[in-house]
Design a protein around this ligand. Structure first.
Ligand code: SF4
Ligand code: SF4
Length: 439
């Protein structure tokens, strides 16, 4: 597979980059999902009426690919309920009535980290997952096989989506947490060097991270502002020149990729023992009265977040969890902020209106701009004719759902949506095949 500087120039709209995050007052209740990560949901370990504090364990890790979940407020467990998660699936959530005090759990203390094993345990107990959006439990990435040398740890500070500035603020405001995490990781995991990849439209974040270059193993790589610079494969290519083959992981080419806010959360846990209980969330979009960055307790409903941000300037026609390129439209403002929520954007009627859809004019623009060299127009034709063999050959499975193809299509074709449906179709077919083989 070929990589190049394919991608698109999108308007940056980093309106909140200079706004230091404001800590939200705790909402009356938080609804904390047990599944905020890829893998098995956490098992609830609290019952109705239990007293909890900020940082109290409320959901235990339930398998290898899973992560623990902690209370983000002090208060009382009000109920355990099933909710619709932002990805459309159902899952259990713990609802906690806040006492407004935000009292930290008295049991919390900084962990002892003096070996690779204790470091991995700390990263696991911090509850960290890929906070840039992926939600993959972080400890697994660092649990490298015995004797395995990793050439590079790539720190993702690209933050290439329009509007979002939460990673930018982490780099500026939490530099010491990031430094601490890198220091411990380099001490106990066999990693050659660290590259911090940041787009060139974040001068203050670049300056903050340059301070870490005092350690000669750390380099800041300033990247062109070209979406999707923060895509894992794109970032590895643009920071190291290495190509991750289709179906392979960064570790297969000697790299670990970690989001900068994830690293900040690990650094904070090592210093204080406080796991991840809140997130810096960018609140922006044409329907928002006062765009800002907020520190939000995990589980806070979007309605509370927008209200605290000053409310809407007009009725929002579309609200996304995440940014405008990869964010997920939410059906209700009851949707809670999760560990991997970095932004919520709300758009007015004009900005929410979809492009009118007309026939494909075979201009090739979608293929020319795809960062992983797919042919979205051909995928669309294969999907419409139900040709799953062609879909497999066209490698729709490696589509990273970045949305560059849809963004550039002059005919307003729903290319990224078609790719998601095509991937689901292939998954379904593979499952049916597996079931048939079992019989
Ligand atoms: S959404 Fe998929 S097909 Fe479209 S540009 Fe991105 S990676 Fe390529
Ligand atoms: S960009 Fe749109 S119009 Fe052009 S080839 Fe792709 S699907 Fe067709």
């Amino acid at each position: 597979m070929l990589f190049s500087l394919h991608g698109i120039h999108v308007p940056h709209r980093k309106n909140t980059a200079d706004m230091k995050p404001v800590r939200m007052v705790p909402p009356e209740t938080v609804t904390i999902p047990m599944s905020m990560h890829i893998g098995k949901p956490a098992d609830p370990v609290v019952k109705v009426g239990d007293k909890v504090y900020v940082g109290t364990l409320i959901g235990a890790q339930s398998g290898f690919v899973s992560a623990p979940v902690y209370s983000s407020v002090s208060g009382t467990v009000a109920k355990l309920e099933e909710i619709i998660l932002s990805n459309g699936t159902k899952g259990c959530a713990v609802v906690i009535k806040s006492d407004g005090e935000m009292t930290p759990d008295p049991e919390i203390k900084a962990p002892t980290v003096d070996s690779k094993e204790t470091l991995i345990e700390a990263i696991k107990n911090a509850g960290t997952v890929g906070l840039g959006g992926a939600g993959f439990p972080s400890y697994i990435k660092f649990n490298t096989p015995e004797g395995k040398h990793v050439d590079e740890m790539i720190i993702n500070g690209a933050e290439c989506e329009p509007y979002i500035t939460s990673d930018t603020r982490t780099m500026i405001d939490k530099t010491e947490d990031i430094r601490r995490a890198i220091d411990y990781i380099l001490r106990y995991i066999d990693i050659g060097r660290v590259i911090i990849g940041i787009e060139n439209n974040k001068p203050k974040a670049i300056e903050a991270m340059r301070a870490l270059e005092a350690d000669e193993r750390i380099t800041v790589k300033v990247l062109p502002s070209l979406y999707p610079q923060g895509g894992e494969k794109v970032l590895v290519y643009h920071t190291t020149g290495k190509v991750i083959p289709a179906g392979k992981l960064p570790l297969d080419v000697g790299c670990i990729v970690v989001n900068v806010t994830t690293l900040g959360a690990i650094g904070n846990y090592i210093a204080t023992g406080m796991p991840i209980v809140s997130k810096c969330v960018t609140v922006d979009g044409s329907a928002v009265k006062e765009p800002k960055n907020l520190i939000v307790p995990i589980g806070t409903k979007l309605s509370d977040v927008f209200e605290f941000a000053g409310g809407f300037r007009c009725e929002p026609k579309k609200v996304l969890l995440g940014g405008p390129m990869m964010g997920i439209a939410v059906p209700t403002l009851d949707t809670p902020v999760m560990k991997n929520t970095n932004a919520t954007v709300a758009f007015d009627e004009k900005d929410a209106a979809p492009k009118p859809e007309t026939a494909c004019i075979r201009c090739g623009g979608c293929a020319n701009h795809c960062p992983v060299s797919l042919n979205p127009a051909a995928i669309m034709r294969a999907y419409k004719s139900g040709d799953t063999d062609a879909l497999a050959q066209l490698r729709v499975d490696i589509c990273m759902e970045c949305g560059c193809c849809s963004y550039t299509c002059p005919a307003g074709q729903r290319l990224v949506e078609t790719n998601k449906l095509s991937k689901a179709l292939l998954r379904e077919e593979a499952m049916k095949k597996k079931e048939a083989e079992k019989k």
